[in-house]
Design a binder for this molecule. Structure first.
Ligand SMILES: [Zn+2]
Length: 308
């Protein structure tokens, strides 16, 4: 299936260039015969090393029919049977399912859910949190084209300083439309496509920044995505990555209640070591990934990488 719609003018792919959909189609994992109310499910081998772990026992963190595996070869934790991209574009679009975890917590853990919700409401009311993404962009990303992968409704692009030209990639048709409308006044373009296809449509060396905030954990093919991110950047260009930290203390304490477990949206569970290794294997140099960036008490970690 080919799904790539461009709003605005930031795509530079020639209209008669059919090379990328063929390459993407050939690289997709084979779809399993499994199909039910959740749509067609894929069967993934380890996205980090390629090992098929179908015979490995599912992790206890698995939920309902969603199967989490820990790779027997490299220990990477991943969702083996995510819905395919077509389902993500419609039935599993972010704006339709992001409340699923909250409903699950409310049903399965009503007391801790209520306490947690109250605490978060109080915390947000009294604590002014720093804008970690904006701070990193201002510190690291040179002026030029910035591509936000999984841009949602373009809220992050809208607030970028004027010396950045904004582009977004969003798989949800509804959010892509909303993003383009919101971005129209500022100037910028949205590609409605899966992330790898969207990045593949950019020429080499086009951008000075690629943002992957809370995205890489959703990507079926994280190595391909990082490889394209490195390709589309100019030398000296910066990628900013934020993902949940599977090695966090909270995951060990909270178990299945950990906020990093979202089914079926989160398909990769990175540790600091596996994130760094995958980023470096894609050709990046790691610029910032210190103890505070991957603080063991935090649910998330931030990494800044540069194309040399
Ligand atoms: Zn593996």
């Amino acid at each position: 299936m080919s799904l790539l719609l461009v709003y605005g003018g930031c795509s530079t792919r020639a209209k008669n260039d059919t090379a990328w959909p063929m390459a993407i189609a050939e690289s997709l994992p084979a779809a399993a015969a499994e199909s039910d109310a959740t749509g067609t499910l894929l069967h993934r081998s380890c996205p980090n090393c390629g090992n098929d772990n179908a015979q490995t026992p599912a992790l206890a963190y698995s939920w309902e029919h969603w199967v989490l595996r820990e790779c027997a070869k490299c220990s990477f934790v991943y969702l083996e049977n995510p819905p395919d991209y077509a389902d993500f574009a419609v039935a599993f679009a972010w704006e339709r399912n992001h409340g699923d975890r909250s409903k699950r917590m409310k049903t399965e853990y009503p007391v801790s859910h209520a306490v947690s919700k109250g605490w978060r409401k109080f915390y947000r009311a009294v604590v002014k949190k720093p804008d970690k993404l904006a701070n990193r962009i201002n510190k690291w990303v040179p002026p030029g084209v910035v591509i936000d992968v999984g841009c949602g409704n373009a809220d992050r692009l809208l607030v970028l300083p004027d010396h950045y030209e904004t582009c977004g990639i969003e798989i949800s048709e509804g959010l892509a439309h909303e993003a383009q409308e919101l971005l129209a006044a500022r100037g910028g373009s949205i590609i409605n496509a899966p992330a790898v296809e969207g990045l593949a449509s950019f020429p080499t060396g086009k951008a000075t920044g690629v943002l992957m905030r809370s995205f890489l954990e959703h990507e079926h093919k994280p190595i391909e995505l990082l490889t394209h991110a490195e390709r589309v950047l100019q030398p000296g260009g910066i990628a900013i990555i934020k993902v949940p930290n599977f090695a966090s203390i909270n995951r060990r304490v909270m178990g299945s209640r950990w906020c990093g477990f979202r089914f079926p949206g989160h398909v990769n569970h990175f540790t600091p070591a596996s994130l760094r290794a995958m980023v470096e294997d894609a050709g990046f140099g790691v610029m910032s990934f210190n103890a505070l960036d991957r603080f063991f008490l935090s649910d998330n970690m931030w990494l800044v990488a540069r194309k040399d």
